[in-house]
Write a new protein. Structure first.
Length: 319
């Protein structure tokens, strides 16, 4: 649980004595991964007091296994989780009672990346090459769709599972390209290592634009006003973050997160600020329907369900 309040929080965020005395509703938030700059609005909402002002006591939990959050949310062993839009479509198709209730990162982050000083200058140069990936499930859809845009087929490349060693596999020559590396992380990591990359963006090569990171809850909580209070607090924190990036960075690396104060995370922080959803509760139905149709066309899900069956905009909170 993250409880430390940053000493440099601005005076306007100070809580009235009455508000501090009120009992707060406890919420368990399950992250998708260990804390990193992708989670900045959540940490700022905690550190700057936005959750407390909303009457919430939020327990932030990093998963032991990245596959745990959707299963735990489906089993009602967590209140809200950070997940991926593309994975949500698959989870719902498999019968998990999950609902998208908000957006954290509102743009794609994943890329298909090669070394800048290598022979691959365009996607067409990937014919006969090896492409590394970390997590099985979507690599064929992403790579296949991107290759389609230049007249190639999935059979024209070789996909290799390199687990979570994307950057090292590319730099060592184990593979010629990697898919799934984030433009706000892996690209900076390659630059820091002295092997800068060249990124091809899926949304510029046939893939529909999607929300990279979203908030999910159990379907039974699709109209839970407590979760709307959470979303409103994150909205306020995101605006504060955009307006005050340096103060927010100091909050982010406070206390138990001081080990995150390094060159990679500083670069990632700067690259991610403009990608957060400024209105996290808002739902773009077309964005979800487009992705579902692509996944159905690619036979990754069986059918295209109504958007309202797995994605909602939470009702206005009342206190």
């Amino acid at each position: 649980m993250i409880t430390r309040r940053a000493a440099f929080a601005l005076p306007v965020l100070a809580l009235p004595a009455l508000a501090r005395a009120q009992q707060r509703t406890e919420i368990t938030l399950l992250l998708d991964w260990f804390v990193n700059p992708d989670h900045a609005p959540i940490i700022v909402a905690q550190e700057a007091g936005f959750f407390e002002r909303a009457g919430l006591a939020v327990r932030v939990v990093a998963p032991a296994d990245p596959n745990d959050p959707p299963r735990l949310i489906a089993a009602k062993r967590g209140d809200i989780g950070v997940f991926y839009q593309m994975n949500l479509h698959l989870a719902v198709d498999q019968g998990l009672p999950l609902m998208r209730v908000g957006t954290l990162v509102a743009t794609p982050l994943a890329t298909l990346t090669v070394l800048r000083d290598g022979p691959i200058r365009s996607l067409a140069d990937l014919r006969g090459k090896r492409i590394g990936f970390s997590v099985a499930g979507f690599e064929e859809v992403v790579v296949g769709t991107m290759l389609d845009s230049v007249g190639l087929k999935l059979s024209d490349v070789r996909l290799i599972n390199v687990n979570f060693a994307l950057s090292s596999a590319l730099m060592s020559g184990q593979v010629d390209a990697i898919v799934g590396g984030y433009r706000n992380f892996e690209l900076h990591q390659l630059e820091i290592e002295g092997r800068p990359g060249r990124a091809f963006f899926p949304e510029q090569h046939g893939l529909p634009i999607y929300d990279e990171l979203i908030y999910i809850a159990h379907r039974d909580r699709a109209r839970d006003a407590t979760l709307r209070r959470f979303m409103d607090a994150v909205e306020s924190a995101t605006t504060f973050l955009v307006n005050n990036p340096e103060d927010s960075w100091r909050m982010f690396i406070a206390g138990p997160r001081r080990e995150l104060d390094d060159a990679l995370n500083r670069r990632a922080w700067a690259s991610t600020i403009n990608r957060f959803a400024l209105n996290p509760a808002a739902l773009d139905r077309n964005r979800y329907d487009r992705m579902a149709r692509l996944l159905a066309d690619r036979k990754l899900i069986r059918s295209v369900p109504p958007v309202e069956s797995y994605a909602v905009e939470l009702p206005v909170a009342t206190r």
